[in-house]
Design a protein. Structure first.
Length: 126
């Protein structure tokens, strides 16, 4: 039997599959060096959906609203996660629900789901 938390995470995985992205965040240090971090993020004009996603995954941050370049388009919000260990845990939870294309992109960025994973054994993301 599935718990409410299981269902929320499955919904969040589907939402991420449709709206989310694996990418990289670039930072330039004061000494001129550059740092590159993996990143998970999703943008959406529905603030309630972004909040629901954030509550389901219990990690990352919500930013916005941001104005679109075309003023005829609605404002949008962004959920973003840059903590590598949390990205790995969340990717592991989402893995059964993600497309091959998404999982390959995660692996390209060095985000490999944990092996031998079971939802009830990962524990909190924070």
């Amino acid at each position: 039997m599935y718990t409410d938390s299981d269902l929320k995470l499955a919904w969040a995985a589907g939402f991420f599959e449709g709206e989310g992205c694996f990418g990289q965040q670039f930072y330039r240090a004061k000494n001129g060096g550059e740092h590159i971090y993996p990143r998970m993020y999703l943008n959406n004009t529905n603030h309630e959906a972004i909040q629901k996603f954030h509550e389901a995954v219990q990690c990352g941050k919500v930013y916005g609203p941001y104005q679109q370049r075309n003023r005829l388009h609605s404002d949008f919000w962004q959920w973003s996660l840059t903590n590598k260990s949390q990205i790995r845990k969340l990717t592991t939870i989402f893995a059964p629900y993600l497309s091959t294309r998404r999982l390959e992109r995660a692996k390209e960025l060095g985000i490999v789901p944990l092996s031998g994973f079971r939802n009830d054994r990962v524990g909190p993301l924070n």
